[in-house]
Design a protein around this ligand. Structure first.
Ligand SMILES: Cc1ncc(COP(=O)(O)O)c(C=O)c1O
Length: 314
């Protein structure tokens, strides 16, 4: 990025290089890639490209908040399907699609945010195969890099079988580049071509693309991200278990836990300089979500939580 600073007076030239880097790493053709200003941009772009008033989109209760928002701005109807164990209930989502012929899209994050739940690659593949081919599945893998080898699956291998599959990825999480805003979508070239017609011409900025090309070559960093995250998840889970605090099984880089008076705990933690995420807006009024940090940061959170619980008697 520092080497590229002198070129910022020009319109961005980096899209080709970034698409080639993604193509190389995910074994897809450059025509199967759309770039986004964060993967949020990809999600919204997909909704704007494929939905309008009269259409509907299906997603799970406790799914990422952007799915209903991206659906609503197009005039389409959001259909929220009750979750099972805080995660995607694939059978119920399939039934909802079949019950609503207006459905044009299904949004599904795996692992899910904010609950952190996970469905296996096998179950997902069966789900996509059972959907009508006229329904676009947006498989949001924002937290995919955090999966351990036993859970990891390669959805790009399904692209040739499912032209109605759009995989969304981001460099905001394990790559640690959230502030630069880079994400991308992978799909059949026809799907990508339509999205490219709706996309702003220069939706990803030059410095972000330069950084992304460098970051995608840095496999060691991703290994380290995963290692620190897995260790942090274990550290936090041990601490919650030791205190009898119920957690939702976590596969991303955060854990959601049940704490009763969640807003009081949230405020207490905030006064101690520790910011967690209240989940009341998602309908989980008794839960908070904490991001995994370094070992020292996790320990600081646990100490602050102990102080909050002692004072608030929760
Ligand atoms: C499930 C999920 N998808 C997508 C995003 C969007 O991330 P970004 O726009 O930074 O790629 C987030 C961010 O929190 C997320 O949790």
């Amino acid at each position: 990025m520092q080497a590229a600073l002198g070129e910022t007076a020009l319109y961005p030239e980096g899209a080709h290089a970034l698409r080639m880097a993604i193509s190389h790493k995910w074994h897809v053709a450059p025509e199967q890639i759309v770039l986004g200003n964060g993967s949020n941009d990809v999600l919204e772009l997909a909704a704007r490209t494929f939905m309008q008033a009269g259409d509907a989109a299906v997603f799970s209760q406790f799914a990422f908040a952007v799915y209903p928002l991206a659906t609503q701005v197009t005039g389409a109807t959001p259909i929220e399907v009750p979750a099972r164990n805080f995660g995607n209930d694939l059978d119920a989502m399939l039934a909802a699609v079949h019950a609503n012929p207006a459905t044009r899209m299904v949004f599904l994050a795996n692992p899910n945010n904010p609950t952190g739940t996970f469905v296996t690659g096998d179950a997902l593949k069966r789900f996509i195969a059972a959907l009508p081919s006229t329904v676009l599945v947006v498989l949001d893998e924002a937290y995919g890099e955090y999966l351990e080898a036993a859970d990891a699956y390669d959805s790009t291998a399904w692209l040739s079988a499912f032209p109605n599959l759009l995989i969304s990825r981001t460099l905001s999480k394990a790559y640690g580049l959230a502030g630069l805003r880079i994400g991308f979508g992978l799909a059949h070239p026809d799907v990508i071509a339509l999205m490219n017609r709706v996309r702003q011409p220069f939706n990803v900025n030059f410095l972000a693309m330069v950084a992304a090309v460098a970051a995608l070559a840095d496999d060691e960093f991703i290994e380290e991200s995963r290692r620190v995250n897995t260790a942090g998840l274990k550290q936090l889970k041990r601490a919650f278990d030791a205190r009898g605090i119920t957690t939702i099984p976590a596969y991303g880089n955060f854990i959601s836990f049940e704490i009763g008076e969640s807003m009081a705990v949230f405020k207490h933690l905030m006064h101690q300089g520790v910011i967690v995420r209240p989940l009341a807006g998602y309908g989980l009024a008794t839960h908070l979500r904490v991001s995994v940090g370094t070992e020292a940061q996790n320990a600081r959170f646990i100490t602050a939580l102990d102080a909050a619980r002692a004072e608030l008697k929760v």
